[in-house]
Design a protein around this ligand. Sequence first.
Ligand code: ZN
Length: 367
Amino acid sequence: MKTKHIALFPLLLAFFLLPACAQQSSKENLTEFPPVITDPAHYNELTPKEERVILHKGTEMAFSGAFHNYKESGTYICKQCNQPLFRSDDKFNSGTGWPSFDDFIPGAVKEIPDADGQRTEIVCSNCGAHLGHVFFGEGFTKKQARHCVNSVSLDFVPLFNDAEKAQHPDNGIQPLSEYIKGKGYEKYEQATFAGGCFWCTEASFDLLQGAVDVISGYSGGKKDYPTYEEVSSGTTGHAESVAIFYDPAVISYETLLHAFFIAHDPTQLNRQGPDVGTQYRSAIFYHNDAQKASAEAYIKELEQSGKYDKPIVTEVAPYTNFWVAEDYHQDYFPNHPENPYVQRISKPKVEKVKKAFPDILKDGHGQ
Ligand SMILES: [Zn+2]
C-alpha cells in the first residue's frame, strides 16, 4: 500500500525540497504590495534602531528580531523603500538567530565587499539599505547560500490577506485554473483521468507526444482544497487524477483513452493493485459531449473485444473540479526512481504504455 508508511518518505523529502521547487507558485500578488519608493526624499521614516542597522550597517542581536523564526508565506520587502527582496519559499532555519534565505528576488539584492575586507555585504539594490551579509558553501541547502539578514531591515507582505486566508488555506493545494495561469494552455484541450495512484498515471501520459503538461491532483470530490491526507482517508470523494493538457493536432482524445486503458486495470472496483479505496477508482471525467461519447464508445468496444474477463467498472462522469496536488507529488516518478513503490508498481505500468505506443513517444523515451 502506498498510503501512510511510504507516504512519509515523500513528505520528509518535500520538507527538504520545498525551497527549491515551490518557486513556480502562481499565487503571488494576491495581497497588495506598497509601491516601491525611488525618490530618497520620500523613503519610509526609520526609527533610531532601524537607522543604526540600515544606514550605519549595524547588526541586530541574534534571536532578537521579528523574523528569525517567522514562518508565514509571503514576501519580505525593504523597510526603507518597499522593494520586494526575499520570498518565504527561500527562507530556511539556519539556527543562527537571523532570518536566512538561500536566494533572493532577481535583481533585488546587491552584493558588495564588506569594509572588513573579508565578508560580502548585501544591500537593497534600489535604495542601498544595509540588509546583512551573504555566506556561501556552508551546506545548509542545495543552493549553498545563506543570505543572513537583519529583521529590522525588512517588512513583510503576507501572501493572502485575512479574508482570502479564510477561504484559501495555504496548504499547498491550488485550483487548476490558478496553477495554469499565464502558461498559455488556452490553445490546448484538457482530458482528466483517474486510474489509481497518480504517480503512475502522470508518468504514463508524460511519455506521449502532444501531451503538453500532465498534472497530478484530486478530482471528482466534494471538499475544496483537499490535501493528500484528506483524500487518502477516502472521505472526500476525490480520486487521484491527472489533468492532461494536450494538443489535439498532435494527439487525439481517442489515443489518450487508449493509453489510459493500457496504463491501468479498468475491471478493479475502487482499487488498483495494492492501493485500495474510492480515491483509487477508475474514472473518466469528461469535459464535453464529444469526450463523453468517445469514452462510452471506447468502453463498449473494449467490452465487446473480450479483452477482459470481468466487467469494466470505469466511472464516466462530468468534470467538476480539479485540485492540483502538493508540489512533491508532481513528477514523482522521474524524481524518485529509487522509491520501492515506483520500482514495483509504477514502472511496469509505464513500461506497458511505452511498449504500446513506440511511434508517438517523446524524444528520450524511445526503445
Ligand atoms: Zn530598499
